[in-house]
Design a protein around this ligand. Structure first.
Ligand SMILES: Nc1nc2c(ncn2[C@@H]2O[C@H](COP(=O)(O)OP(=O)(O)O)[C@@H](O)[C@H]2O)c(=O)[nH]1
Ligand SMILES: [Mg+2]
Length: 215
């Protein structure tokens, strides 16, 4: 479960992310989403996993995706676009899950919004599921993964905050995770290991995301 990205792929990714990058809009319901004329890649995961930080690091913009001051309270889908002369792509920072202080009703609303978005969005090419390197997969993660697989939606596992633990621990974590995920069908067969803090693993991830950009 590993893909080698060529220097050429990395260069395409680097150039895309050096392109013009802008916030498009925040949406709280599906009737206001931006048009579907561009490929879209979604960033998803538990609140606090590092979604906004990763978007900022990938784009080299410190404040593009805002940190939420009250974790778990952002129920918006935040859309961005990135383009250079050759390629263009939208990406979306989805509201996180797994925040204990959220009521059952709010959780249900969140679930409906996300699941409706995922199942109806025609231009959604893949979901990047972010997982904090220090955490195990939860029941909630499992349910979400099951949902992707049932939908036949391609998804990608991105490990975050690898600077938080020792390199040797990261390796054994990766082995365990690969083993846990080995029977998944729609999972892209590469685990991306990233740190937004130390800017590691970003080249491969940029190369990968750029594969979904339109010419
Ligand atoms: N050490 C470290 N901290 C990180 C990293 N990425 C995010 N964080 C921290 O984790 C917290 C949550 O990050 P944020 O991007 O807001 O998560 P989100 O809720 O998923 O959008 C913030 O305090 C970040 O500074 C990383 O790669 N390394
Ligand atoms: Mg965020």
């Amino acid at each position: 479960m590993n893909i080698e990205f060529s220097d050429e792929d990395k260069e395409i990714g680097r150039k895309l992310f050096l392109g013009d990058c802008q916030f498009i809009k925040s949406c709280v319901s599906l009737d206001t989403l931006p048009s579907q004329n561009k490929s879209e890649v979604a960033f998803f995961g538990r609140s606090n996993v590092g979604k906004s930080s990763l978007i900022n690091s990938l784009t080299n913009k410190k404040k593009l995706a805002k940190f939420s001051k009250t974790p778990g309270r952002t129920r918006q889908l935040n859309f961005f676009k990135i383009e250079n002369k050759l390629h263009s792509l939208n990406f979306v920072d989805l509201p996180g899950y797994g925040f204990s202080k959220v009521s059952k009703t709010e959780q249900r609303e969140w679930r409906n919004l996300i699941f409706d978005y995922i199942s109806s969005r025609q231009n959604l090419r893949t979901i990047l599921l972010l997982i904090d390197v220090r955490r195990e997969l939860t029941r909630e993660d499992d349910k979400i993964i099951e949902f992707f697989e049932r939908q036949g939606l391609g998804w990608t596992c991105v490990i975050t905050k690898v600077d938080k633990i020792k390199k040797s621990e990261v390796s054994s974590k990766m082995i365990n995770l690969k083993n846990t995920l080995k029977n998944k069908i729609t999972l892209y067969p590469h685990l991306f290991c990233t740190s937004s803090e130390k800017k590691t693993g970003l080249e491969e991830l940029r190369a990968y995301i750029a594969m979904f950009a339109k010419n």
